[in-house]
Design a protein around this ligand. Sequence first.
Ligand SMILES: Cc1ncc(COP(=O)(O)OP(=O)(O)O)c(N)n1
Ligand SMILES: Cc1nc(C(=O)O)sc1CCOP(=O)(O)O
Ligand SMILES: [Mg+2]
Length: 223
Amino acid sequence: MTLKGLYAVTPDWNDSKRLLASTEAILAGGCRILQYRNKTTSDCHRQEQAGALRALTRRHGALLIVNDSVDLALQVEADGVHLGGDDGDLAAARQRLGPGKILGASCYDDLALAHQAQAAGVDYVAFGSFFPSQVKPDARRASLDLLQAARRELTLPICAIGGIDLGNAGPLVAAGADMLAVISALYEASDPRAIAERFASLFALSPNSLPGGREGRSVATRR
Ligand SMILES: Cc1ncc(COP(=O)(O)OP(=O)(O)O)c(N)n1
Ligand SMILES: Cc1nc(C(=O)O)sc1CCOP(=O)(O)O
Ligand SMILES: [Mg+2]
């Protein structure tokens, strides 16, 4: 499966019934990549929620990526793991996961970090925060210029994250983002399925037809 399109990331909800219902709607809307992220619950509850999301993503033919923990990713047979700067060594994680699992890395606003992550064997890199985020109000800010430079210099799929909604997503895709990672604009929506459908449709558009797409990659340079 390709690492392209809407990448839904779960909120810190401990109500599993609500979490599963909203996630099911997002997957029904065409999202094919889900990250399980819950920073506030116990390990035991995290394992339970991740296991339920594993079953749900399988039913929808979607990838499941676990945030922060190689152990949990292996326990629930997830498709991969996402690690940030404080989450352990990327090369060691690659060793433990083997070549078949997806490894993603946070690179914040730092292109040099992305080159290091690429050398360590990751499958995608993430930059952010592109916009103010209620989930991470103090996150470092990444720019469209950084995204365009990353697109020119890196061969890996690139993910954008942080405060992304339907109103600001177009220029990110036009600048070279392969994936848009989104929490609030999906999970706080009254109709998450409809929002997911509209995000998914952004990736079916050509760069120049996207809002802010004049500086998008030319067809010749797109992968
Ligand atoms: C797709 C994606 N990008 C970035 C992050 C942030 O990871 P990290 O910096 O480790 O912060 P936490 O999410 O662990 O708080 C992510 N989770 N997913
Ligand atoms: C988990 C996370 N990481 C970020 C980074 O910049 O690395 S921003 C972020 C929060 C994303 O949530 P929302 O879509 O609600 O802004
Ligand atoms: Mg982390």
